[in-house]
Design a protein around this ligand. Structure first.
Ligand SMILES: NC(=O)c1ccc[n+]([C@@H]2O[C@H](COP(=O)([O-])OP(=O)(O)OC[C@H]3O[C@@H](n4cnc5c(N)ncnc54)[C@H](OP(=O)(O)O)[C@@H]3O)[C@@H](O)[C@H]2O)c1
Length: 393
């Protein structure tokens, strides 16, 4: 089969013929039909952690072609069922295969069945970013989720997440939630999840966002329904948020960028006992903040795969609680995707696997927002804004 394979020496990925993967008893063999790109895919090709020869890439959607012997019948997987999920790709030291290939294998309980009404291209764009947002809102910040899982297990592994106030149904009456980078793919799911929390808990939540003005109309509409928006390009965006929220009354914040001074400035908008989550770690060096009263909660989405992950100079421990959360979340997505949670816009890129590095990776740069400098005249090479890049395989 054809696969995009890392060349760590030249810091690129090449299309090669490799052997077909063989599924373990608890896995599905999948024929990949579409993939979507995440900033971490080019990041770890340009700054490799893995050795040459690893299949790269995370998000996929496709068809089940074979079912492992120990996959329960009750899970309803059979040949031809449409599923979506993500793999870790070359984003770690650990030897694991990525998704940018014609076939792959994946544990049966870490995928979701694509409901009718959601296209395969849309489905390919969901799994990694939606789980990232779900982990932040429901698992790490511990807001009420619209499905059942065991929040206590998470707190046993991370007692520090319980510090500060847990703002709940009664107190305060209105909760203010601020999403910085509201037009990122992660942010688009986070806003929907905050809205679902309000519905599931009865809380009144006012949603504040920072995004470029060009995206305000979209963000004010359903399913995001932001109450207040500021432009991240305004130098005083954090002061504007504080003013809109009656001077420092943000209870929860999610920084979907975490570069430069965003973490520090978001902390300045938080009320006493307020909590924040972030998408990039302190160790990654994209942001610095010296005088934070509460450390923001960082987590890597990989934790949800339930395996130990060595990356970015530190190790993400194996977490049964995080894996359990992913399983519950994907089970819910098999029903809720398209109904309760809407897929975000997709840009279908021309070409297939052979164009991913040449076009898609150029658009995403080296992972950081400031590194996105592609200036090409083709219509599909315009900057990425509130959308996912999808390729057919
Ligand atoms: N921790 C994890 O496990 C994890 C998982 C997934 C992603 N991430 C990280 O999360 C970040 C977001 O990923 P993504 O895939 O959601 O990104 P994305 O959709 O590709 O982000 C593009 C959007 O970012 C907005 N943007 C660019 N610079 C900004 C700034 N300075 N302030 C506010 N918004 C800005 C742009 O808005 P405009 O077009 O309006 O200018 C654009 O809509 C990335 O750094 C990614 O590596 C982390």
């Amino acid at each position: 089969m054809r696969a995009l394979v890392l060349n760590a020496e030249t810091r690129t990925a090449e299309l090669q013929y490799v052997s077909l993967p063989v599924q373990a008893p608890n896995e599905l063999l999948v024929k990949v039909e579409a993939i979507s790109l995440n900033p971490i895919d080019p990041l770890y090709v340009l700054h490799p952690l893995a050795s040459s020869g690893r299949k790269i890439g995370s998000d996929f959607a496709g068809l089940v072609v074979d079912v492992g012997a120990s996959v329960p019948n009750s899970a309803h997987f059979k040949k031809g069922v449409r599923i979506a999920g993500f793999l870790q790709g070359a984003c770690s030291v650990n030897e694991r295969a990525g998704a940018f290939s014609e076939f792959l294998t994946v544990p049966w309980d870490l995928v979701w069945i694509i409901p009718n009404g959601v296209s395969t291209n849309e489905a390919a764009s969901v799994s990694l970013v939606a789980l990232t947002a779900a982990q932040a809102i429901w698992y790490r910040l511990q807001l009420k989720a619209p499905f059942h899982y065991e929040p206590k297990l998470a707190l046993e592994e991370h007692p520090e997440w319980n510090q500060g106030n847990a703002f709940n149904e009664q107190d305060p009456k209105v909760v203010n939630f601020f999403i910085y980078g509201a037009s990122t793919s992660v942010g688009l799911y986070a806003a929907q999840m905050v809205r679902l929390t309000a519905k599931a808990s009865g809380m009144t939540i006012r949603l504040f966002g920072a995004a470029s003005k060009a995206r305000w109309e979209m963000l004010r509409a359903q399913p995001y329904a932001y109450d207040y928006l500021v432009d991240y390009r305004d130098t005083n965006w954090s002061e504007q948020v504080k003013k809109l929220a009656d001077d420092s009354e943000i209870h929860y914040a999610y920084d979907c960028i975490a570069e430069g001074d965003t973490v520090q400035r978001i902390a300045s908008t938080l009320t006493r006992g307020g909590k924040s989550a972030i998408v990039r770690s302190r160790e990654g060096g994209t942001w610095k903040a010296d005088d934070l009263s509460v450390e923001p909660i960082y987590g890597a989405v990989w934790e949800g795969l339930g395996e130990e992950v060595q990356y970015q100079g530190f190790t993400v421990k194996q977490s049964p609680a995080a894996r359990g959360f992913s399983v519950a979340f994907y089970e819910w997505l098999s029903v809720a995707m398209g109904l309760e949670l809407k897929p975000t816009p997709v840009r279908l890129m021309p070409g297939g696997l052979e164009k991913v590095v040449e076009d898609g990776f150029q658009l995403l740069g080296a992972g950081g927002m400031k590194d996105r400098k592609a200036k090409r005249p083709e219509e599909w090479m315009r900057p990425v804004s509130a959308e996912k890049l999808v390729y057919r395989v």
